[in-house]
Design a protein around this ligand. Structure first.
Ligand code: SAM
Length: 355
C-alpha cells in the first residue's frame, strides 16, 4: 500500500481506543492456532465483543471463514458511538442504514449485536451474508449484563479491546474462564493482574508480539479525524489513516506452535567470547544486588549452560518456551524492591531458570 508519511504534533487528550485491526493481522494470527490444532474452533462459539458494526476485521474474518473453521456460532457486539467519548465523525454502516431494522433514534446510542449461526439466506454457504443483527438494549459496554450473558455463552473471546480498559477486559475474560486471543500493549505484561497468570502458564503471548513483519510493527487503521502524537502515522491513497504501534501484540491462553520452539543459544563461554553485545562480550554477566541471579541484558545472550537464576528483559516472553525455561518471579528482589545492579534499577526483569 503506497503511503505518504506524515508527522503528527497535535496531541489530543484521548483514550486512543479507536484503533482498528487489519484483516491480514487477524488472519495471520488465527492461522497460527489452526496450524497447531486444525480443530481448535470446531463447534465453538466465538464472541468478538468490541467489534464495530459490519466493518470489524474480526467480524469479517470469522464470518468469511465460518465453515472452514467449523464454527457453531459467531457473535459480535459493538459499542455505541455516543458512549465512546472520542472525537471522530460518525458514519452509519451501510448495512445498518439499508436495513428495515434501522432506527435513527438508536444508531448513535445503542450497541449492536451481530450473529451468524446458520445459512440464513439459503445460499448453500454460511458467510457474511448470513448476519442477523439487532440493537442491544444498552450501549454494548462489555461490562453490561447483556454482553456478559453473551460472554458466558461463548467458548472464545477474540478481539482487539480498548487499550484504556485492557486490565478490566482481561479480568472480565479470566473471571469467566474463557479461551481468548486478544491484542494488547506490552505494558500489560507488567500489570499485577497479568504477570502472575503468565508465571503460572495460564496465559502467554500469542504468535506475533512486538514483531516486525515486512519491516513494520503491527499497524492499525484510525479514524480519519484522529489527531494524536505519533511518530509513525501513514495516510493511504484512499485517504485512510494508519498508525504503526511498536510494543503491541497478542495475548492468549490458546496453544500455538511458536511457544514450543526452544531458543537456540550459545554457552556462557561463547557469549563472553563472541556475543554481538558489547555489554556481554569480554564482560560476562553481572549479579543483582538484591537477588541471587545474573542479569542477562539481551534475550539472545542467555547462556545455554547456566542452571542458576537469570534475570531477562520483558521481550523474553515473546520467545518463552515452557519446556525450555521456567519463570521464577517478576521484577522484585528479596527486599521487595525492583531488581538492581550497583544501585541502578533494571526495568521489569523476569527471573527464569533453565529446565
Ligand atoms: C482498539 S478498538 C478495536 C476495534 C476492533 N476490535 C478492531 O480490532 O478493529 C477498541 C474498540 O472497543 C470499543 N470500546 C471502548 N470502550 C468499550 C467498552 N466499554 N465496551 C465495549 N467496547 C468498547 C471502542 O469504541 C473501539 O471500537
Amino acid at each position: 500500500m503506497p503511503r505518504n508519511k506524515v508527522t503528527l504534533d497535535n496531541a489530543q487528550k484521548s483514550k486512543n481506543d479507536e484503533f482498528f485491526t487489519q484483516y491480514e493481522d487477524v488472519e495471520r494470527e488465527i492461522n497460527a492456532y489452526i496450524d497447531y490444532d486444525a480443530n481448535v474452533f470446531k463447534d465453538k462459539t466465538i464472541l468478538c465483543p468490541c467489534d464495530d458494526d459490519f466493518e470489524s476485521s474480526f467480524t469479517r474474518y470469522f464470518a468469511q471463514n465460518f465453515e472452514k473453521l467449523g464454527l457453531k456460532k459467531l457473535i459480535c457486539t459493538s459499542y455505541a458511538y455516543e458512549s465512546k467519548g472520542e472525537d471522530f465523525e460518525y458514519r452509519i454502516p451501510k448495512n445498518e442504514l439499508n436495513s428495515p431494522k434501522y432506527d435513527a433514534s438508536k444508531t448513535r446510542t445503542h450497541g449492536k449485536v451481530l450473529i451468524i449461526d446458520r445459512d440464513k439466506n439459503h445460499s448453500g454457504r454460511i458467510d457474511i451474508n448470513d448476519i442477523d443483527w439487532n440493537y442491544l438494549e444498552k450501549d454494548g459496554d462489555f461490562r453490561s449484563d447483556e454482553v456478559i450473558k453473551l460472554r458466558n455463552e461463548a467458548d472464545f473471546i477474540i478481539t482487539n479491546p480498548p487499550f484504556s480498559l485492557f486490565r478490566q477486559f482481561i479480568m472480565w475474560i479470566i473471571e469467566a474462564q474463557k479461551k481468548f486471543i486478544i491484542l494488547g500493549n506490552q505494558n500489560a505484561i507488567t500489570y499485577k493482574e497479568v504477570y502472575p497468570l503468565i508465571k503460572e502458564n495460564k496465559i502467554w503471548l500469542g504468535c506475533r508480539f512486538n514483531e516486525r513483519v515486512n519491516g513494520k510493527n503491527l499497524t492499525y487503521r484510525v479514524p480519519n479525524t484522529y489527531k494524536m502524537k505519533a511518530s509513525e502515522l501513514y495516510v493511504a491513497k484512499n485517504g485512510e489513516k494508519y498508525i504503526t504501534v511498536p510494543g503491541t501484540g497478542w495475548f492468549t491462553n490458546v496453544d500455538h506452535g511458536k511457544r514450543h520452539q526452544p531458543l537456540s543459544l550459545m554457552t556462557e563461554a561463547d557469549n563472553i567470547k563472541f556475543s554481538k553485545h558489547k555489554e556481554v562480550k569480554g564482560q560476562g554477566y553481572k549479579k543483582y544486588d538484591n537477588y541471587d541471579a545474573i542479569d542477562i541484558p539481551f534475550v539472545d545472550a542467555i547462556p545455554s549452560d547456566y542452571f542458576g537464576y537469570m534475570g531477562v528483559p520483558i521481550t523474553f516472553l515473546g520467545k518463552y518456551c515452557p519446556e525450555q525455561f521456567e519463570i521464577i518471579t517478576f521484577r522484585k528482589g528479596n527486599d521487595g524492591k525492583d531488581l538492581s545492579i550497583n544501585g541502578k534499577t533494571m526495568y521489569f526483569r523476569i527471573i527464569i531458570r533453565k529446565k
